[in-house]
Design a protein around this ligand. Structure first.
Ligand SMILES: Nc1ncnc2c1ncn2[C@@H]1O[C@H](COP(=O)(O)OP(=O)(O)OP(=O)(O)O)[C@@H](O)[C@H]1O
Ligand SMILES: [Mg+2]
Length: 263
């Protein structure tokens, strides 16, 4: 694990709340993630983890909260603005373009960073064509990096579940994000695939990126994360290193207490 407590702050979120009708999905949640960290978000089903991702990436409008990315305030009102500001994410329910190739899926991710943009990509403007070869090369590099380079020309829907999750990570990396947010990247993976995923996340961190990760596999998370926040019924019941979180009474209760399924 990196000793990155003194490095610069990448994401600072304070006082985020989100209500759905009568359900308080998030209550006054705040986190600080520093450069080079792997920051974990854990908690039982329905705790509010994905809702938190949806708020910071502009999918849901929060009822309150302040947001800073790379030292500058940002308001997560629109998904494309958040992507341009520097947060890339993957989804709990994989969201790829199933009929496009793996390579094309990553190229789409890259277009958020090109001058001709997504519109240029769709209408194939001259500016786009000039950039396309370079984008394709970079996309292939990213597929190689996540370990699925040989499937570049395969349609996304034909890849295994684990490989689709890795393709989503490649696509997220293509935006060259300040922060990469992974929502349950190990879901549906077997033990061997999880080891490979763990190595990939370690490599992404070693290469200087900052990661926010939701994952139910607590053992995987404890070994991987520099710091974690634990949510339960929308409330932040613990924050700290793996060792601190593991011995927190509220955390033990949340995972083992009545009414919750332990993971
Ligand atoms: N769009 C929505 N409309 C209404 N309720 C929602 C919406 N999105 C989430 N919720 C509710 O908010 C609560 C938190 O859901 P969320 O998906 O954030 O949990 P989670 O911690 O990601 O759970 P899981 O581990 O099962 O993925 C749940 O009770 C859920 O039903
Ligand atoms: Mg979720």
């Amino acid at each position: 694990m990196s000793n990155s407590t003194q490095s610069e702050i990448v994401l600072e979120v304070k006082g985020v709340s989100k209500r759905f009708g009568g359900l308080q999905a998030l209550s006054d949640v705040g986190i600080t993630i520093r450069k080079g960290q792997v920051y974990g978000l854990i908690g039982p089903n329905g705790a509010g983890k994905t809702t938190f991702f949806n708020v910071i990436t502009g999918l849901y409008t929060p009822d309150g909260g302040t947001f800073q990315l790379g030292g500058a305030p940002y308001t997560p009102t629109a998904v494309h603005e958040v992507a341009a500001a520097g947060i890339a994410r993957t989804f709990q329910n994989i969201r790829l373009f199933p009929e496009m190739t793996a390579l094309e899926n990553v190229m789409v991710g890259r277009h958020v960073r090109t001058s001709s943009g997504l519109i240029g990509a769709i209408f194939r403007t001259p500016g786009f064509k000039a950039e396309e070869a370079a984008i394709a090369r970079r996309a292939q590099e990213l597929l190689d990096y996540v370990g699925i380079g040989k499937y570049a020309e395969f349609k996304a829907r034909t890849l295994s579940y684990g490989d689709q999750r890795r393709l989503e990570i490649a696509r997220a990396l293509a935006t060259d994000p300040k922060l990469i947010a992974l929502d349950e990247p190990a879901a549906g993976m077997n033990a061997t695939e999880k080891v490979v995923l763990r190595e990939l996340i370690d490599r992404i961190r070693k290469d200087g990126r900052t990661i926010l990760i939701i994952e139910h596999d607590v053992k995987l998370m404890m070994g991987l994360c520099d710091r974690l926040t634990v949510l339960d019924y929308g409330k932040q019941i613990a924050e700290g290193t793996a060792a601190e979180v593991q011995r927190n009474e509220k955390v033990i209760e949340a995972y083992l207490g009545a009414g919750h399924k332990a993971h």
